[in-house]
Structures are given as structure tokens and as C-alpha cells.
Design a protein around this ligand. Structure first.
Ligand SMILES: Nc1ncnc2c1ncn2[C@@H]1O[C@H](COP(=O)(O)OP(=O)(O)O)[C@@H](O)[C@H]1O
Ligand SMILES: [Mg+2]
Length: 283
């Protein structure tokens, strides 16, 4: 399959702030994503996942390398890429349908079409009855549904999702996982989805890109060859989640050691050391 999104040798360095050092967030990241593919990005916090998504969205310029969509180098944000964040970022003074219509209005989509599109996607996320509700009346899960409908209403080719379900309770998250799978199959979007939840990644993704940190690079890309729609309870998903977790553990430990210094040890090492001490005392 030809790559639809092509990330090549992407490097992102943030300029120093307040006299600090420059931050190398990404270094030489290569990733090719096929049209209609669902790719999850996992990695320890601070490894550059959000930065990668922001660069692909065109919200941050790359320091080196480039991002191509459908063969064209991106320059800035575009309606072909829609974004969903952890916090829904809805306007509290607009109701649900107005929130969904807002970006369409800025694109100059005529009023009647705006309404029709907004209603279509509201229906898709099962919020038709809440078109007139305001943000403070909605639960966290409902807000994310609105954010998803808002992104879809722009009819982007690519959906960029940055830990969209991380703040939700487990039950709501489970339901949204199933619905997102369904939406993805119905709309055939290409999805780049950031998460630190390994089961989420194993369940949703065609491929999981596992990051290492400082500077962020892709350590391994793991294909999950299991047809959709999937059974979350299947052994295959559990196994895939374990593989991802093992890859991640090393990275997370390295990150903790970097923060806390060499003094830090894994709990298992600590236990065995105290056991050795006990033996030394003759117990
Ligand atoms: N706008 C910014 N200015 C300076 N440094 C930033 C900025 N955004 C992110 N960073 C730094 O880049 C690194 C990667 O951040 P981020 O992409 O948010 O990681 P992740 O999403 O994987 O947790 C971190 O060290 C972070 O502090
Ligand atoms: Mg992030």
C-alpha cells in the first residue's frame, strides 16, 4: 500500500525558554501510514507524541525533515486533518450543535449544509437529543463525543487524536472504543491516535508505534494482525498489550531514572536488596 501520511526524518527542537536549554522533542522520526489505517502512538510521557501530532496537524513547524499527506508536503494546518484533544476544548457559550458548526462556519460552508453535516455527525456519536445543550450540562464522555463530531464534520481525511479518552472513566472509555472502531469503519478515516494505555492501543490499532524518549524516536512498530471489529476480551489483544507493555517498561524506567537519578531502583530490585540485607544479618 502506498503511504498516505509520510513522516520522514522528522526532527523537532524547541527553542530554549527562560534561559533553559533547548528541548529535542523528536529526532529523525520515520513513519508511513496507509490510507484508512489506524495507528496508535505509545510512549512514556514527554517522548514527543503530542509534538508529533501537532507537527502533522501543522500547528508546529518541523525543525528538520518533513510530513507529506497524499504526496504533498504540508505547510500549516488544513481541513484535511482534524484534531481531537484530551480536553474537548468546546466553547462554553455555544451549544452542542453550534460548537460543531463553528469551524464549518469559518470555512465558509453555507448555513443549511453546516446544519445538515452537524446533525449527521451528532447522530453518529449518539447525541442528537443534546443538540441544544451547553458544555456544562455534558459529562466528560459526552464532551468527547462532541469533539469527535466536530472533527468529523469538517470531513478531514485524517483524524489526529491526542489521548482523547484518557480523562474518562473506564466504562465510558470502553464504550467509546467500540464506537470509535465503528465510526472508523464507517468513515474510512486515517487515524493517528496517541495513548499511554497499552490495551487501548492493542484493541484499536492496525499498528502500534512505540516511542523511546529523549529525544523521541520510534523504537518499534508492532502490527496487530487481527480483523476488526475486535473482541476486547480476546487473548490476542491481551498478548499484544503485554508485548507493548514490555517495550514500554524499559522506556518508562529510563525516564524515571533520568528524572530521579541513579538512586532510583525498580521496586523488584529494592526487594531483592533488602532480602540480601536480611540474609547478611543472618535471618
Ligand atoms: N511548546 C513547547 N516548548 C518547549 N518545549 C516543549 C513544547 N512542547 C513540548 N515540549 C517539550 O517537548 C518534549 C515532548 O513533549 P510532548 O510532545 O508533549 O510529549 P508527550 O506528548 O509524549 O508527553 C517534552 O520534553 C516537552 O517538555
Ligand atoms: Mg502528550
Amino acid at each position: 500500500m502506498a503511504a498516505f501520511v509520510e513522516i520522514q526524518r522528522l526532527t523537532k527542537v524547541f527553542a530554549p525558554r527562560n534561559g533553559g536549554a533547548a528541548v529535542a522533542a523528536l529526532e529523525g522520526v520515520d513513519l508511513a501510514v496507509a490510507e484508512g489505517e489506524f495507528v496508535c502512538l505509545v510512549g512514556p510521557s514527554g517522548c514527543g507524541k503530542s509534538t508529533l501530532l501537532n507537527v502533522v496537524a501543522g500547528l508546529e513547524p518541523p525543525s528538520a525533515g518533513d510530513v507529506r499527506v497524499n504526496g504533498r508536503r504540508i505547510s500549516g494546518a488544513g481541513a484535511d486533518r482534524g484534531m481531537v484533544f484530551q480536553e474537548a476544548a468546546l466553547f462554553p457559550w455555544l451549544n452542542v450543535i453550534q460548537n460543531i458548526e463553528f469551524p464549518l462556519r469559518r470555512l465558509g460552508v453555507p448555513r443549511a449544509e453546516r446544519r445538515a453535516r452537524a446533525l449527521h455527525f451528532l447522530h453518529m456519536v449518539h447525541l442528537s437529543k443534546f443538540a441544544g445543550a451547553y458544555v456544562h450540562e455534558l459529562s466528560g464522555g459526552m464532551r468527547q463525543r462532541v469533539a469527535i463530531a466536530r472533527a468529523l464534520a469538517m470531513d478531514p481525511k485524517i483524524l489526529l487524536m491526542d489521548e482523547p479518552f484518557a480523562a474518562l472513566d473506564a466504562q465510558t472509555r470502553d464504550i467509546l472504543h467500540e464506537e470509535l472502531q465503528q465510526i472508523w469503519q464507517e468513515t474510512r478515516k486515517t487515524i493517528l491516535f496517541v495513548t499511554h494505555n497499552v490495551r487501548e492501543a492493542a484493541y484499536l490499532a492496525d499498528r502500534v508505534a512505540i516511542f523511546s524518549a529523549h529525544p523521541g524516536t520510534i523504537k518499534r512498530v508492532l502490527p496487530i494482525n487481527y480483523p476488526h471489529p475486535r473482541d476486547k476480551e480476546s487473548l490476542l489483544i491481551a498478548r499484544a498489550a503485554n508485548v507493548i507493555l514490555e517495550e514500554l517498561k524499559d522506556e518508562v524506567e529510563k525516564a524515571i531514572r533520568r528524572q530521579l537519578g541513579e538512586e532510583w531502583q525498580r521496586p523488584a530490585d529494592r526487594v531483592s536488596r533488602s532480602a540480601r540485607l536480611d540474609l547478611g544479618r543472618g535471618i
